[in-house]
Design a protein around this ligand. Structure first.
Ligand SMILES: Nc1ncnc2c1ncn2[C@@H]1O[C@H](COP(=O)(O)OP(=O)(O)OP(=O)(O)O)[C@@H](O)[C@H]1O
Length: 487
């Protein structure tokens, strides 16, 4: 039978949501949200923390039912989530083949075939350095993330959702993932991903959709970062990076000398960046200084101190803020209010004479809370978004006696507007005379925020660059150039 009816335009979209509402209890995660993505494109979803990106993905892949509105999908869908969905007690092979294990003639699972089959898949994706027999819980987070991605990509889907796929990946694996995203796109697959790193969106996405407050704001092929930030936050933020005040000329607040190959002095008001390719000893340096690594000797304000446990570091006036890999807030007392969390660090000081000066303290905290745009001073810290919790952790140091701050990847997984606020907080801490050691998995930040940058390679200082470096490529070049010189 022939028909002259026009061919239905089934393939103009791979997924489409129209007028979707979804609430969780009292929280309206999606409000009249619409979205559409095509086959053969990489489409980024951008928005602040809590804008509704993950919820939209969950609605589109059928994991969460919309309260209202329509969802249409063309083809097989695969999704990799932020919270890894691997079963931790199972091996890599079991996780990879869970949905479709190799079976014998009687339909029984051939356990002996699991590991070799999984190894073939890992080889196909160029990541056979990961042992298919390893138990997932024993793998580093970055490897678990790679396994999660391989599990998703290996199903040859027509639509792929990747919810912050790069947040736990080192640079090299980001390149690996980018390659596979492009390959899938070129094969006609629709690849949808979320990220808080604008450079990644710029580099990878054919189109970007911005969400704010659970709703669609714009979909564009080209979008400059400044406009994106305005669209995401609903406010004009001005320059992304603040002016960094000059450091004091006073003697060092901290001197560290490690026979292993890292030595530095850190002056009051100075922001010293720790850069280099991922995994070159940056984390170990921070852990050592915080008393959670190998024992170290440092000099703080001229006093030699031995650091063997975190208590030694805190007594010596070292404060640490970082985002742990599993993204659960540490260093905060979640049931206590924001205000109490900020003042906690100073209780010892204020009650030295037997009194806590509540009034003065309250005024000081109110000033900080409003200056830094921290939401809900009286609310329990546990109810804040990750980015706002991070602000509270750092705001504490403004009041506290800590003289040296160890800021380790404090902006990871945080949206652009909150990053903007955190950068200002870093500048303010420096202005208040705190000596700051700063690491970020985004080299861009180190390039803009730091007075000086130590470039690490294999646990040693490979180069020292005067800052602000501004051009992140120069830090990467210094890390690599030195590597070649040593090769
Ligand atoms: N299962 C749930 N129960 C209660 N509230 C939820 C649930 N899932 C999401 N929310 C709320 O819905 C809102 C949107 O969350 P969603 O995770 O979709 O945002 P997002 O844009 O993905 O944020 P992020 O960038 O931080 O991952 C937030 O206020 C969040 O707290």
């Amino acid at each position: 039978m022939t028909s002259t009816a026009p061919v239905p335009t089934l393939h103009t979209f791979a997924v489409r949501a129209t007028g979707v509402d979804r609430a969780f209890g009292g929280v309206r995660a999606l409000r009249d949200a619409s979205f559409s993505a095509r086959p053969g494109e990489i489409h980024a979803l951008a928005g602040e923390n809590g804008a509704g990106k993950s919820t939209l993905i969950k609605v589109l892949c059928g994991l969460v039912a919309p309260d209202r509105g329509r969802v249409e999908v063309n083809g097989r869908v695969a999704t990799a989530f932020q919270e890894l969905s691997l079963l931790p007690d199972l091996t890599v092979a079991e996780n990879l083949l869970l949905a479709d294990p190799p079976r014998g003639r009687l339909g029984l699972v051939r356990r002996g075939r699991l590991a070799p089959e999984a190894r073939r898949i890992l080889e196909r994706f160029g990541v056979d350095h990961i042992d298919s027999r390893a138990v997932c819980a024993d793998l580093p987070v970055s490897h678990r993330q790679v396994v999660e991605l391989v599990r998703v990509l290996a199903t040859e889907p027509r639509v792929v959702f990747l919810d912050e796929p790069t947040a736990a990946l080192p640079d090299r694996q980001v390149e690996w993932l980018a390659g596979h995203m492009r390959r899938l796109r070129d094969e006609g697959c629709c690849v949808i991903f979320t990220s808080h790193r604008w450079r990644e969106i710029e580099r990878l996405a054919d189109r970007v959709t911005v969400m704010r407050n659970g709703t669609h704001v714009a979909t564009r092929e080209k979008l400059a970062e400044a406009e994106a930030v305005t669209l995401m936050s609903g406010r004009t933020l001005g320059a992304m990076y603040p002016e960094i005040p000059p450091p004091a000329t006073a003697g060092p607040a901290l001197s560290f000398s490690d026979p292993g190959g890292i030595s530095f002095d850190l002056r009051p008001g100075e922001i010293l960046g720790v850069g280099g390719l991922a995994g070159q000893g940056q984390r170990e340096l921070f852990l050592t200084l915080f008393g959670a690594g190998r024992p170290a000797r440092v000099t703080v304000d001229g006093r030699p101190i031995r650091i063997r446990r975190p208590k030694d570091a805190i007594r010596a006036g070292l404060g640490i803020a970082y985002v742990p890999e599993d993204r659960k807030a540490e260093g905060l007392f979640l049931p206590l209010s924001v205000r109490d969390n900020i003042t906690l660090a100073t209780l010892g000081r204020r009650s030295a004479a037997g009194f806590v000066r509540r009034g003065a303290e309250r005024a000081e905290v109110a000033g900080i809370v409003s200056r830094l745009g921290i939401a809900g001073g009286g609310a329990a810290a546990g109810t804040l978004s990750g980015g706002n919790q991070q602000k509270v952790v750092m705001a504490r140091w403004l009041l506290a006696d800590a003289r040296v701050l160890l800021l380790f990847d404090v902006t990871r997984g945080v949206d652009a507007a909150t990053k903007h606020d955190l950068y200002r907080l870093v500048a303010e801490l420096a202005r208040a005379g705190k000596a700051i050691l700063y690491y970020s998995s985004e080299t861009e930040e180190i390039a803009h925020l730091c007075h000086r940058v130590l470039v690490l390679r294999e646990g040693r200082v490979a180069a020292e660059l005067p800052g602000p470096v501004r051009d992140a490529e120069r830090i990467v070049a210094a890390a690599i150039a030195d590597g070649e010189a040593h090769a």
